[in-house]
Design a protein around this ligand. Structure first.
Ligand code: NAD
Length: 435
C-alpha cells in the first residue's frame, strides 16, 4: 500500500466520554469512529484538530415563489469539510429532516470516502429543508436555481462539485449546471456530476453506487467463503442505490427475499421479482401496494434471517435498539451512516461482517470522478470501460481495507477510517499550514 500509516507518536487524542450519549447525532457518530481511528494511528494533535473541524459551513435562506403566488422561504446548507486532496465533492439532498449536523457529518463522510477509494477530491455535502414531494416541478426548479445561486461562490469544477443524493436526481443536477453556467457566461459541465448523459453525464453513473454495493457484497461473500449464487439478501430503500443494488445482485444469482421503502416492506422467501418491483415503483413512485410478497414493517425487514442486509435508505436504522436482533451474516452499508456508532460493537460481538458506508457506497463518487475527468477532457468513455474501471477501484479498495483490518486486528469500518484519515493527514503534512 502506497500510504505510510506509521505516523508520529506524540498523540494526545482523547475522545469525549459523553459522545455516545447522542447516539443518533450523525456528526457525533462520524466523530466517534474518527476518534477511534485517529487514536490507533497515533495522529498528531495539530492534524487531529484540523480534521475534526469542517473547513466551511454555508447557510442560505432561499425565497421561492410558489405556483399559487405565495412566497415561501426555505433553508439550505452547503458544508465543505476538507479540500486538502482536491475539489470538494458531495451530493445535494432535499428532505424535511435535513439539518446542519447531518450535512456536516455527510460532508465528513465524503472526505473519508474519497480518500478510501483514493480519488482526488475533498468532501462536501449540501441540503435544503423541504418536502420535494409537495412541490411542483416548476417550484422545485426555482428552489434548485435559487439555492445554487446562494452557494455559487463556492461552486466550480476546481472548488466544489455537487452530485445527486436523497430526493435529487439528474434533472436537479441539470438545473444546477445550467444556473452555474448562466452566471459563468459559458457552459461548465464539470461543475456537477450525476447529470443526464446527453449534457456531459457519464454512462454508468446512475447505476454506479448500486453497482459498487453489488461488487462489495460479492467481495464480502467471497472473503467469508460463501457463494454469491444462492445467497439471500434484504435491501432497505428502493431508490437509486437500493433498487440498482437489488437488480444487480439478483442478476448475480442472489435471492432478494426482502425489499422496502418509506411506505413499508415486502418479504418473499422464494425471491422477489426485482424487475417487477422496479417497474412498479417507476409507475407508482413507491412500493405501496406492490403485491410481490407479504407486507412487513421496515423494522422487520432489517431483522430477516438473510446472508446479506443492505441498508440503502437513511441514517441510524441500525442502533442499540435493534442491533442485537439482526440475523444477517454481512451488512453492506449502501446508505450513509445507517449504523449508529454505539451499535458497531454489538454487531462486532455478533460476528457480523460490516462493509462500511465509506467503502460500500463509494461506487457513486468513483464514477462521479470519472464523469468529472471526462467533462474536463471532453472525451467520453464507453459504459464497459466505466464499469471495468469502477470494478478495479472498488476491489482494490476492499483489499486495502481488509489488509489493514487484518494487520491492526480491527473491523472493516475502523480500518477504512484509518486508511482514509492517514491519506488526508499525509497531504496536510506535506502541504503544511498556510500563513
Ligand atoms: P433515493 O431518494 O433515490 O432513495 C431513497 C430510498 O429510501 C427510497 O426508496 C425511500 O422510499 C427510502 N426511504 C426513505 N426514508 C425511509 C425510511 N424512513 N425507511 C425506509 N425507507 C426509506 O436516495 P438514494 O440516492 O438511493 O440514497 C439512499 C442512501 O444512499 C442515502 O443514505 C444516500 O446518502 C446514500 N448514497 C447515495 C448515493 C447516490 O449515488 N445516489 C451515493 C452514495 C450514498
Amino acid at each position: 500500500m502506497a500510504t505510510d500509516l506509521r505516523l508520529p507518536t506524540d498523540s494526545i487524542v482523547r475522545p469525549d466520554k459523553d459522545r455516545f450519549l447522542q447516539e443518533e447525532n450523525p456528526f457525533e457518530a462520524m466523530m466517534s469512529r474518527f476518534d477511534r481511528a485517529a487514536e490507533l494511528l497515533d495522529l498528531e494533535p495539530g492534524i487531529y484538530k484540523v480534521l475534526r473541524h469542517p473547513e466551511k459551513q454555508i447557510v442560505v435562506s432561499i425565497p421561492v415563489q410558489l405556483d399559487n403566488g405565495d412566497v415561501e422561504v426555505f433553508t439550505g446548507y452547503r458544508v465543505l469539510y476538507n479540500t486538502s486532496r482536491g475539489p470538494a465533492k458531495g451530493g445535494i439532498r432535499f428532505d424535511t429532516a435535513v439539518n446542519l449536523e447531518e450535512v456536516k457529518a455527510l460532508a465528513a463522510w465524503m472526505t473519508w470516502k474519497c480518500a478510501v477509494v483514493n480519488v482526488p477530491f475533498g468532501g462536501a455535502k449540501g441540503g435544503v429543508v423541504c418536502d420535494p414531494f409537495k412541490l411542483s416541478v416548476s417550484e422545485l426548479e426555482r428552489l434548485t436555481r435559487r439555492y445554487t445561486a446562494g452557494i455559487i461562490a463556492t461552486l466550480g469544477p476546481d472548488s466544489d462539485v455537487p452530485a445527486p443524493d436523497v430526493n435529487t436526481n439528474e434533472r436537479v443536477m441539470a438545473w444546477v449546471m445550467d444556473t452555474y453556467s448562466m452566471h459563468a457566461g459559458h457552459t461548465v459541465t464539470a461543475v456537477v456530476t450525476g447529470k443526464p448523459v446527453e449534457m456531459g453525464g457519464s454512462l454508468g453513473r446512475r447505476e454506479a453506487t448500486g453497482r459498487g454495493c453489488m461488487l462489495m457484497t460479492k467481495d464480502a461473500l467471497n472473503h467469508l467463503g460463501m457463494k454469491t449464487e444462492g445467497a439471500t439478501a434484504a435491501v432497505q430503500g428502493f431508490g437509486n442505490v437500493g433498487s440498482v443494488a437489488a437488480t444487480l445482485l439478483a442478476l448475480e444469482g442472489v435471492t432478494i427475499v426482502g425489499i422496502g421503502d418509506r411506505s413499508g416492506a415486502v418479504v418473499n422467501r422464494t425471491g422477489i421479482d426485482v424487475a417487477a418491483a422496479v417497474e412498479y415503483v417507476r409507475k407508482h413512485r413507491s412500493l405501496e401496494g406492490f403485491d410481490g410478497g407479504d407486507r412487513i414493517t421496515n423494522d422487520e425487514l432489517l431483522l430477516l434471517d438473510v446472508d446479506v442486509l443492505l441498508p440503502a435508505a437513511m441514517e441510524n436504522v441500525i442502533t442499540t435498539k435493534n442491533a442485537a436482533k439482526i440475523r444477517a451474516r454481512i451488512i453492506v452499508e449502501g446508505a450513509n451512516g445507517p449504523t449508529s456508532a454505539a451499535a458497531d460493537s454489538i454487531l462486532e460481538d455478533k460476528g457480523i461482517f460490516v462493509v462500511p458506508d465509506i467503502l460500500a457506497n463509494a461506487g457513486g463518487v468513483t464514477v462521479s470522478y470519472f464523469e468529472w475527468v471526462q467533462d474536463r477532457a471532453g472525451y467520453f468513455w464507453p459504459e464497459d470501460v466505466v464499469n471495468d474501471r469502477l470494478r478495479e477501484i472498488m476491489s482494490k479498495s476492499f483489499k486495502d481495507v481488509l489488509e489493514l483490518a487484518q494487520q491492526h486486528k480491527v473491523n472493516m469500518r475502523t480500518a477504512a477510517y484509518m486508511l482514509a484519515i492517514s491519506r488526508v493527514a499525509t497531504v496536510h503534512r506535506l502541504r503544511g499550514i498556510y500563513a
